[in-house]
Design a protein around this ligand. Structure first.
Ligand SMILES: [Zn+2]
Ligand SMILES: [Zn+2]
Length: 258
């Protein structure tokens, strides 16, 4: 399986996943022009993308949908709540959705997909597990808290893209409005570094090889803080062999072969 994170953070998210002969994007939250530019930077032909799957209906995950799917003939997949939420932001354009049920699995060619519920203030937000028969990848970003379900999904995977959104002290010291601070830190907001480290600690299995830290706040976190929190959890468990990388809002990641 191959993964390339085109962007990660509150200004836009999109992840390329390729496995089992299928190439997809998870979310398309940049401008379509920027999305195409970043695919080209990663030497991925936009025409090779067969489908876009959406985690939820916030604009940092879906803003490219109209322009991108008019230009490239991709399948669009979301659950009912997310599809309706995204449609509300589109004026006069109705995508041809393929609706999946949350908590079920489905196949996209040779790639098996499971969508699972996460706690976030969107219509019906999900994380995903992708399985190409050799590798299982969990994508869990935009979640206010871990849950037994999220832990179980992480525990079965060889690799994970896991949210490390903020450092609580930097969040509270920031000049954001109080209501926004409580939203971010709340149970339906975003995962702190410490919460992410705790999720790693409590879901750690022998399978895990790669952790990609995602959706970092640009003002209330630093790559060093996120890395330190997660690496400490891995060190305490004797798992310093797990590769940990921090993803970026502004830069395309390397193409990780998982
Ligand atoms: Zn987001
Ligand atoms: Zn969100």
């Amino acid at each position: 399986m191959e993964v390339c994170v085109l962007a990660s953070g509150s200004k836009g998210n999109s992840v390329y996943v390729s496995g089992g002969g299928t190439a997809i994007l998870v979310d398309a939250g940049l401008s379509a022009r920027e999305l195409v530019s970043r695919l080209k930077q990663a030497q991925i032909a936009p025409e090779s993308i067969q489908a876009v799957l959406f985690t939820h209906d916030h604009s940092d995950h879906c803003s490219a949908i109209e322009v991108f799917c008019k230009r490239f003939p991709v399948r669009l997949l979301a659950n009912q709540g997310t599809s309706e939420g995204i449609e509300q932001s589109l004026k006069g354009f109705t995508p041809e959705w393929e609706i999946f049920e949350t908590a079920t699995g489905f196949e996209l060619g040779g790639l098996r997909v499971e969508a699972f519920s996460v706690s976030h203030d969107a219509a019906d937000p999900v994380g995903f597990v992708f399985d190409d028969g050799a590798t299982r990848l969990c994508l869990a970003t935009d979640l206010g808290q871990g849950s037994p379900l999220v832990r179980a999904k992480l525990a079965g995977c060889h690799a994970a893209i896991l949210e490390c959104n903020h450092d609580p002290e930097l969040l509270m010291a920031s000049d954001r409005a109080w209501t926004l601070k409580t939203r971010i830190a709340g149970r339906s907001g975003h995962l702190s570094n410490a919460d992410a480290a705790e999720l790693v600690r409590t879901s750690l299995s022998e399978r895990l090889r790669t952790l990609l830290l995602a959706h970092l706040s640009d003002t209330c976190n630093t790559p060093a803080l996120a890395l330190a929190a997660v690496r400490q959890a891995l060190r305490a468990a004797g798992r310093e062999d797990v590769r940990v990388e921090v993803l970026s809002q502004s830069r395309v990641s390397e193409r990780f072969v998982l």
